[in-house]
Design a protein around this ligand. Structure first.
Ligand SMILES: [Zn+2]
Length: 164
C-alpha cells in the first residue's frame, strides 16, 4: 500500500491509500478518485510530506515489548557535532557566549547531570517513575522531538565547550 497526497483542481489537498502506483494511475485515468472535500475527480499528486515511521514496530524484532515509543538509536557522530559547536561558538558575539555560559553554570549548579540518559530520565520524571527534579544532559534531535510530542517539558541550550 502507498499513501499519496492528492490535490484537486480547486486546490484541496487530501490523502488516499492505493495498492500501488499503477492502481492510482488507473483510477486517476478513469476519474475514479474524487476530492475528499468537493468531489472533483480532476486530481493530481501533490508533493508528499515526509512521514515518520509507525511507532512501536520495534517490538516485533525482539526488542523490549513494553518499551516506550522508541526512537532509533542516535546515529550522529558526537565529534562532528562538537566540532560544529566549537565553530559556532567561535562565531558567537562575546556577550552572547558569556550569557550562555552563565546559564550553563546555573544549570550545572541546580540540576543533575544525566549525560546521554537525558531523554530516558526526562520520561521517568514526566511519568512519575522518578523524583521530580531538574536535570540536564544531551539528547538527539529525534529524541527531543519525541519528548516534545509526548508533552514533556524541556528547554534547549547550545552547550558551549569550556576553555576556548
Ligand atoms: Zn476539491
Amino acid at each position: 500500500m502507498i499513501l499519496y497526497r492528492l490535490r484537486c483542481a480547486k486546490g484541496h489537498e487530501f490523502e488516499s491509500w492505493f495498492k500501488d502506483s499503477k492502481t492510482y494511475e488507473r483510477q486517476e485515468k478513469k476519474s475514479l478518485i474524487g476530492c475528499a472535500v468537493c468531489g472533483d475527480t480532476k486530481v493530481e499528486r501533490a508533493l508528499m510530506t515526509p512521514r515518520l515511521g509507525t511507532k512501536g514496530n520495534k517490538a516485533k524484532t525482539g526488542g523490549p515489548v513494553e518499551a516506550p515509543p522508541a526512537a532509533p538509536p542516535p546515529p550522529p557522530e558526537p565529534t562532528a557535532e562538537r566540532q560544529q559547536m566549537a565553530a559556532l561558538t567561535r562565531r558567537m558575539p562575546k556577550e552572547l557566549r558569556e550569557a550562555l555560559l552563565k546559564v550553563q553554570t546555573e544549570v550545572e549548579k541546580n540540576c543533575e547531570h544525566v549525560g546521554d540518559r537525558f531523554a530516558e530520565e526526562a520520561r521517568k520524571i514526566h511519568y512519575g517513575e522518578s523524583d521530580k527534579r531538574g536535570i540536564y544532559g544531551q539528547t538527539s534531535e529525534e529524541e527531543a522531538e519525541a519528548l516534545a510530542e509526548e508533552g514533556i517539558e524541556f528547554g534547549r541550550l547550545p552547550w558551549i565547550p569550556r576553555g576556548n
